[in-house]
Design a protein around this ligand. Structure first.
Ligand code: FES
Ligand code: FES
Length: 162
């Protein structure tokens, strides 16, 4: 039997009836049409389905939609503002960190969660933060460089994250 849930997705309150066994990834993609969240392995190994739940990156294939009730979810669709890419998205484009792009939403959201907690991460901290996100295309170096560049551009002259 479906359960009614209410949650906030990309700043908007959403109410929907969901199957108790549907994952948050299924809910976002199938019910809300937010297909930027990718479905890869389905078992928590690849990170393609990463979204930010109450400020923390999670594998949305491992979270039930009902577990997100009353919580805040940020997906890749919620990052750009007024048609302008988020600095992390822009840095991925500029650095050539996207090839097939399947891993990119998860990588970018993992990076966003990192930079909010730690605006000046070391290369090791960046590599650790994205260690749950698999990419078969870029060899990670360009992704790491993109996150380093984004960290720089998100820090204002006064060292404040923008
Ligand atoms: S699809 Fe969720 S971790 Fe791979
Ligand atoms: S760009 Fe293809 S998997 Fe990462």
């Amino acid at each position: 039997m479906k359960t009614l849930i209410q949650l906030v997705v990309n700043g908007e309150t959403v109410e929907a009836a969901v199957e108790p066994n549907h994952t948050l990834a299924q809910f976002l993609r199938e019910d809300l049409g937010l297909t930027g969240t990718k479905h890869g392995c389905g078992v928590g190994d690849c990170g393609a389905c990463t979204v930010i739940l109450d400020g923390k990156p999670v594998n949305s294939c491992l979270v039930l939609a009902v577990q997100a009730r009353g919580r805040e979810v940020l997906t890749i669709e919620g990052l750009a503002e007024n048609g302008k890419l988020h600095p992390i998205q822009q840095a991925f484009v500029d650095k050539g960190a996207i090839q097939c792009g399947f891993c990119s939403p998860g990588m970018i959201l993992a990076a966003k969660a990192l930079l909010e907690q730690n605006p000046k991460p070391t290369e090791l901290e960046i590599r650790t933060a994205i260690s749950g996100n698999l990419c078969r295309c870029t060899g990670y170096q360009k992704i790491v460089e993109a996150i380093q560049e984004a960290a720089g551009s998100m820090l204002g002259k006064g060292g404040v994250v923008k």
